[in-house]
Ligand binder design. Sequence first.
Ligand code: PLP
Ligand code: TYF
Length: 396
Amino acid sequence: LFDSVELAPRDPILGLNEQYNADTRSNKVNLGIGVYCDDQGRIPLLKAVRQAEIAQTEAAAARGYLPIDGIPGYNKGAQTLLLGKNSALVAEGRVLTAQTLGGTGALKVGADFLRRLLPGSKVAISNPSWENHRAIFENAGFTVDTYAYHNAATHGLDFEGMLAALDKLPTQTVVVLHACCHNPTGVDPTLDQWRKIANVVKEKQLVPFLDIAYQGFGEGLEEDASVVRLFAELGLTMLVSSSFSKSFSLYGERVGALTLISASREESTRVLSQLKRLIRTNYSNPPTHGGTVVSMVLNTPELYALWTQELTSMRERIRAMRIQLVEKLKTHGVKQNFDFVLAQRGMFSYSGLTSAQVDRLREEHAIYAINSGRICVAALNSRNIDYVAEAIAKVL
Ligand code: PLP
Ligand code: TYF
């Protein structure tokens, strides 16, 4: 039966992670996968999460099936994070949310839904983008093209190129946009640039699919939702995939949400019924644990306050690492200007390192980065940053 099955290529990021885990060198550093580590190099268990988990364990609640679209308080919490406390759209019943298996699950459910709705449409993702974007939409049956995004020469945004590319897309093309903390580059448009992007999306009748996997890691929870709110204010109907994997440090719990903004309450009802049908025939309903924890944190004022403090600490630690990396590269004699690292946001930096330099970092220094030159700044800490800066200086 399985004779003809070919070996599939590994996911470039998860594959590199396996290679890192198998490396026996004691000085190894993993700047590959996008995971936030604290200054001790560990994935933190947030205090707010721990408190919610203790309360949940003490409550010894039964584990019945959740509704197909998940926990109502969770979905409400996800909507509030995106659109704010007093959203008119929410009040009008135009916003619908389903708890999903991570941000990946949200993208997948959204992709399957759109494929049925728009069989003639293509998808456009940024060049470059998170590798899984292409894979998810292709796997759902779409042809995936790219729009210009990163300018390697300036280490910034190719804004003119991006606008021109979006302007050329056929009507009803699905455009995947990173709402903040672009993965892999760390380069985000300014709010003013986003206004122009949103106008093109509206004029050209493109279908925006905003991906927000790092809310709170850019400028703050509210600030990082600005792009979603900007699109919403323009009256655009759209899809949004949220991931709480990073912001709650709950990677393995698969906590995400798919939110759709429709034209009316009545339309929302029809759309949600179709989403539920897709989910039912896929994984039936989401798991209880992570969703319950996130819902408790989002809906309990004290836990919410604690969580936002912890999220702020994570964001500020990454920022401090960016500053130190740039300083230490200078200390180690690097002449190139790395100040662009300070302008990037979120967990990642497109460092400008070549594939050959990344290979040398791994082979000679046990430092793992993505071949594109992407490094995870959130994996730097006070113990490894000198070593990393020195090694980068050596391979440059
Ligand atoms: N979207 C982007 C841009 C990401 O970087 C990630 C990272 O994992 C995801 C979506 C998926 O998130 P999750 O791990 O919650 O599936
Ligand atoms: O980009 C990253 O490193 C994270 C983690 O298939 C990730 O988003 C990477 C690859 C993948 C799933 C998650």
